[in-house]
Design a protein around this ligand. Sequence first.
Ligand code: CP
Ligand code: NVA
Length: 339
Amino acid sequence: MVVTCGGSIAAASVRPLEPEPGMHKRDFLSLSDVTPAELDSLLDLAAEVKSRPEAYSRALSGRAGVLIFEKPSLRTRVTFEIGLVQLGAQTIYLAPGDIALGRREPAPDIARNLERWVDVLIVRTFGQWVLEEMARAAKIPVVNALSDLLHPCQTVADLLTLRERWGTLAGRKIAYIGDGNNVAHSLIQGAAKTGLHLKLATPRGYEPSPAILDQAAADARATGSDIRVVLDPEEAATGADAVYTDVWTSMGQEEQTEQRRKDFVRYRVDAHLMSLARPGAVFLHCLPAHRGEEVAAEVLDGPQSVALDQAENRLPAHKAILLAVLCGREPRRRAEVRR
Ligand code: CP
Ligand code: NVA
């Protein structure tokens, strides 16, 4: 297919996420929408963009992206903004309250205005349904920069980090200890697509969504991935190649903090839990972290931790996602939006 990204090297390397038949664009809302082959290509592209960033410096020249964030962010915001600029595009950040998404104006109306000026919407919000509504309304791609349900961009960076360490992913074992939250959900989907084995240890009542697990099961059968949910963190960590955790209380759940501190007390990743993993196992955390809560300081700041590599890889991962949804599309096709 003809790829309309600027720059000859970039154009040759990008395999765009192809729209469904009859559609004009591909969104990036959930890894469940991405095939194993597409995810593999996305990881290849992220690695390539990381090793030769200058080859992509004009790939999105003339394009613009808007970030709409209803929750705080350090890593996701900075890497999408810098990523767009490093690809030659312009960027605007709309902070929580700037446009009062859904209160001042319905989300689909906001999307239909923005598509007249910019090429991609990068949205961090509460309900996944808000992203889906915007994606249905807009003729430009919408990227999920975190919802209460999913954090797919994080998982792409995590898989890139693990691939750099291990070369390949299939057959490796990850233990996820803690809350069955947005980060866990996208990790489940990513593991199922790549043949990773994943054991999640969560307290009763904090398990991942059964719908996400069911959906991942079909991919897992095809790739040979084994995904299980257990109660015992030691069972999950034993023999793992990587141990992953995330905060006990996610953004928007602040009123549950005290209850969660009690419910998760056995789910802290400390040196003892890491000692059950395989020698050379790595520790992952999407950050921000709370030392002394979900992770002991000696683990987060210790030699096994790759948390800052994950953070670093948000940049090439996000550049790859932007290229995959934007290459192959004409910049802001007026005829298309006015159809
Ligand atoms: N991991 C992550 O998404 O970090 P931010 O919330 O700072 O973007
Ligand atoms: N589960 C966390 C992830 C932050 C990047 C949250 O939603 O707050």
